[in-house]
Design a protein around this ligand. Structure first.
Ligand code: FAD
Ligand code: NAG
Length: 561
């Protein structure tokens, strides 16, 4: 066992994962690991808390995906479940999803309250060709182009866009390169995007199901998290083009403190947080759109503006109005009201995934999870989560922007879309949450704007978060943070063990075939019936097959991660 110490700026799930890898794979002692966290809880953006009386809250609800969350599943295979002693967390999640299968019966609803048939993607030939062009484009040549640069306006009215955009929170002004990565990484989910059947859920909210078990594992090994500490500066020495972190200055309870790093010590920085500057409202009080207190990007920004090779924070944070959206968490002691929601959705709680109200001005969606969703939630209490992708627009039924709405007003708007009778509405709490940087990681950027988890010129520090560059993987996922953690630790400690690869489902012939069929589904008669369509399709298939083969060879030749 080594006596090296490791420090962390930020206590998100990414940092916690890195602490896990340091102990499991690099021989660090838990007591030599120290995490500085601004908030008073661990887990960062992966949150969930509250009570029956005050209402529960999760700023986000997270979908997982077994075929692509390679590092997350591998890590959680070694973390014991709290809920089911004797099982690992990974096993617990797998078993839960075998029983609670996702199959959305009402993925998209229109303004009449009708469930739309979204089996067909609604593509025109041009849409398909544009989508193909995007998925086959070379990322380095895409630069900072926007999604809207690649498509005609009609594309943004297709069933595909309603579903893909609301499942992953994409906007037309986001990074085309990131959408391309999503299309490729989740290609196996495209053919069943209308039911979201590939979505995996944790049995409870992700704080209780993912963060707590990991935190317990770390605490049992004496890893310390120092809460209420805001790191203000990291001092770095530059010599022979190598960067060495020397000290960390932080503020705790109004006091300025610092730590000096010894020669062998390591530092991990969470460079930026998607939940930075979030604000909460209540039933009577709106949340606030206020990004003036932003701090989680500061250290990165400071370092990157002084030294080369550490990327650039600015493209991600310069325009919060393009990265903001608003979520809300509803808590009720009202089985009849809850049943009205699940009846409308025609799904048992936990099986419906996302339901989107496509004609709502705020573009609202809700997720009704399996109950109970929280430790501490009793049998008479029900909880669900929702969000609006356009909170700056005036509502369809409430005459103001979502930003300015109380929890009550947001719930009223929702009830109109779901056709809930007013007399049913009582014993409800709704907590709104505005997150100015929630899609900051989707803002247009070039590859070099994000540092590697272990920057080449960094001797003893690395970055872990959503703002690092991991070839081919997709941000806005817990997987990305865990993978960044594993790469940073393995890179800095020179560990030779293999990191699970980013799987290439896009090179699987079965996936390709289903993808092409899906893209053509519903086009005046079935794909294989019409002669001339068949011909067009064959061209498309050949094109796709050739591109896949080319990509496959390129992958084998140049990519070895
Ligand atoms: C609304 C929402 C929906 C989501 N949906 C999904 C989903 O469906 N599927 C999925 O896989 N993922 C989803 N995610 C993403 C996932 O939750 C995040 O990617 C992940 O939790 C990020 O973890 P992290 O550790 O990298 O960063 P964070 O959790 O953001 O951690 C950063 C931490 O560092 C702290 N910090 C930063 N700077 C400082 C400083 N200077 N001093 C002290 N502390 C500092 C912050 O307080 C924070 O706790 C969603 C997230 C949200 C919010
Ligand atoms: C719950 O979490 C949110 C977000 O992290 C935080 O602002 C809030 O204070 C927490 N509430 C409680 C009761 O701990």
């Amino acid at each position: 066992m080594s006596e090296r110490k490791a420090y962390f700026v930020g206590g998100g799930v990414g940092s916690m994962a890195a602490a896990f890898f340091l102990i499991r794979d690099a021989g660090f002692k838990g007591e030599n690991i120290k995490i500085f966290e601004d908030l008073s809880v661990a887990g960062g953006s992966c949150d969930g808390n509250g009570s029956v009386e005050k209402g529960f809250l999760c700023r986000g609800g997270r979908m997982l995906n077994a075929p692509t969350y390679e590092c997350l599943h591998a890590m959680y295979a070694d973390i014991p479940s709290i809920r089911e002693p004797g099982k690992s967390v990974a096993q617990e999640i797998t078993d839960f999803n075998k029983v609670m299968k996702t199959h959305a019966n009402s993925r998209v609803v229109d303004k009449q309250g009708c469930r739309l048939d979204v089996e067909s993607m609604g593509f025109s030939h041009r849409d398909r060709m544009q989508l193909l062009a995007l998925t086959q484009a070379d990322e380095d040549k895409m630069g900072t182009s926007l999604i809207s640069d690649w498509f005609s306006p009609e594309f943004f009215q297709t069933n595909f866009w309603w579903m893909w955009a609301t499942t992953f929170a994409f906007q037309p002004w986001h990074s085309a390169a990131e959408l391309k990565r999503y299309m490729v990484r989740f290609m196996h989910e495209f053919p069943r995007i209308q039911t979201l059947a590939g979505v995996e859920r944790t049995p409870m909210n992700q704080y209780d199901s993912l963060v707590l078990p990991l935190q317990k594992w770390l605490e049992a090994r004496n890893v310390a998290v120092d809460f209420g500490c805001t790191v203000e500066e990291v001092k770095v020495d530059e010599a022979n083009q190598k960067l060495t972190a020397k000290s960390i200055s932080y503020v705790k309870g109004g006091k300025k403190l610092s730590v000096t790093l010894n020669k062998d010590d390591l530092l991990f920085i969470q460079n930026g947080s998607m939940t930075d500057s979030y604000t909460l409202g209540s039933w009577r009080q709106p949340a606030k759109f206020d990004f003036s207190q932003q701090k989680s990007f500061k250290i990165w920004d400071d370092l990157a503006s002084k030294y080369p090779g550490l990327g650039d924070a600015k493209p991600f944070i310069k325009n919060p109005i393009e990265s903001v959206w608003q979520s809300f968490t509803v808590t009720m002691k009202n089985p009849a009201l809850f049943k009205a929601f699940t009846d409308f959705q025609m799904n048992e709680p936990g099986t419906g995934a996302l339901m989107t109200f496509k004609d709502s001005n705020w573009l609202m969606s809700i997720v009704i999870p399996y109950q109970p969703h929280f430790n501490g939630q009793d049998k008479d209490t029900q909880v669900f989560w929702g969000y609006g992708l356009f909170p700056n627009k005036v509502g369809t039924y409430v005459n103001k922007p979502m930003f300015d709405c109380t929890g009550e007003e947001i719930f009223y708007e929702l009830c109109q879309h779901v056709r809930i009778a007013p007399e049913l509405v009582h014993d409800v709490i709704n907590i709104p949450c505005i997150m100015p940087y929630i899609t900051a990681q989707f803002m247009p950027r070039v590859r070099s704007d994000r540092p590697a988890p272990k920057p080449e010129n960094a001797v003893n520090f690395g970055f872990i978060s959503q703002f690092v560059e991991i070839p081919r993987d997709v941000v806005f996922t817990v997987e990305y943070s865990v993978r960044a953690a594993q790469m940073a630790v393995y890179g800095l400690c020179d560990i030779k063990k293999k990191i699970p690869k980013v799987s290439r489902h896009d090179l699987n012939p079965g996936v390709l075939k289903r993808t092409v069929m899906k893209a053509y589904q519903g086009e005046t008669g079935t794909l294989w019936q019409k002669q001339h369509k068949k011909c067009k399709c064959c061209c498309f298939m050949k094109l796709a097959a050739v591109s896949a083969a080319v990509a496959g060879v390129a992958y084998l030749v140049k990519d070895q991660i």
